[in-house]
Ligand binder design. Sequence first.
Ligand SMILES: *[C@@H]1O[C@H](CO)[C@@H](O)[C@H](O)[C@H]1NC(C)=O
Ligand SMILES: *[C@@H]1O[C@H](CO)[C@@H](O)[C@H](O)[C@H]1NC(C)=O
Ligand SMILES: CC(=O)N[C@H]1CO[C@H](CO)[C@@H](O)[C@@H]1O
Length: 308
Amino acid sequence: MVKLRTAATHLSVIIVLLAAIHLLLGNKKQIIVPEDPWCDQWRDPEHRIVISCLGDSITFGDGSHHVGIPVKASRAGRGNFPMAMHGMMMKALLRNARELRCANSPKNEQLVVHNFGVPGATLTPSSLQYEMTEEFRKALTVEATLVIIMLGTNDSREWLNETHFMTHYQRLVRSVRRDNSKLPVMVLSPPPCYPESALFLKTGKCKPVFGINCDVVRRDVSNACRRAVVEGDPFMMFIDVFGSLVNSSATRRNLDDHFRQNRCPSKLARHTDSIISLFSDGVHPTQVTSHQIADIVSVRVSQYLGVI
Ligand SMILES: *[C@@H]1O[C@H](CO)[C@@H](O)[C@H](O)[C@H]1NC(C)=O
Ligand SMILES: *[C@@H]1O[C@H](CO)[C@@H](O)[C@H](O)[C@H]1NC(C)=O
Ligand SMILES: CC(=O)N[C@H]1CO[C@H](CO)[C@@H](O)[C@@H]1O
C-alpha cells in the first residue's frame, strides 16, 4: 500500500516536471523576445487614445463627422481638421508599429478624435457661449486623453480686451479639467481671416463675413490665446496655428503682409484667388487649409503623447 502510494507520488512529480518543461519550451519565444511596451499597449482591445476637439465652425468644418447627416451645401469643401488628424495620426501609429515589428498593431478604433465644434460659438459670454452648449456638455462626459481648444474668431466681433478673454479661457479649461486636473489641454490660436472675396467681386465691398474682425483675430485673439496658457502648468500648451499657417508658404506670408498693412488693400482683386483657395468665404478654411491645420496639430499632439 505504502509502496503503491510512493510510486503514484513519483509519477505525479514526473508529470509536473514534464508539464513545466513543456510550458517553458512553449513560451520560449516570449521569454526570449518580450513585446515592446509601446506595442503591448495595443494588445488590450479596450485601450484608447481619445482626443477631444472643442471649438467653433472652424473646428466643426463641413460637419461630416455627424454620420448620417448630409453635408450642407454651404459647408461643402471646408474639410474637417479633427477627422484629418485622425487619419494622419493613425498613419503615424501604424508606421511606428511596422518599424518596431509589433505583434499588436493599433486598430482604427483605438484612436478616437471627437469633433465637438459648435458653429458660431464664442469663448466669452454671448448668445452662443461655448460653455453653455450641448456639445460642451457631451465633451465633459468623454474620458479624454487630451483636449484641443480653438475659439476666438467669433469673439472678435464684440471684442472687449485680452484680459477678459484670457480669464474666460482659463475658466473653460478649469471646467474641462473638473474630473482630472492633469488633463493635457492644447490652446490653439485660430487661423487668419480675410475679406469675403465673393462679396468683393460682386459689389466691390471689402469686409469679412459675419462682422468678424480680422485685425482682432490676428493681433488680440492670437496674443490672448498665447497668454491664456498658464506658465508652469506642464499640462497646458499653446499651438500657434495662426503663425504656423502664415509661415508655411510664400503665398500665405504675402497675403498676410498685405492685410497687416491695410485691412482692405486697394489691390484686393489680386488676392481674391488665393483667399478663395485657402478660406472659402475668407474665414472658413478650405480642405487644403483644414488639412494643414490637422498636420500642425497632429505633429504636436503626437510628440506630446509620445505616440510616435
Ligand atoms: C476688460 O473688460 C472687462 C469686462 O468688460 C473689464 O471689467 C475690465 O476692466 C477690462 N480691462 C481692461 C484692462 O480694460
Ligand atoms: C513665423 O515667422 C516669424 C518671422 O520669421 C517668426 O517670428 C515666428 O516665430 C514664426 N511663427 C511660427 C509659429 O512659426
Ligand atoms: C468661426 C465661426 O464660428 N464663425 C461663426 C460666427 O458666427 C456666425 C453666426 O453667428 C456663424 O455663422 C459663423 O460660422
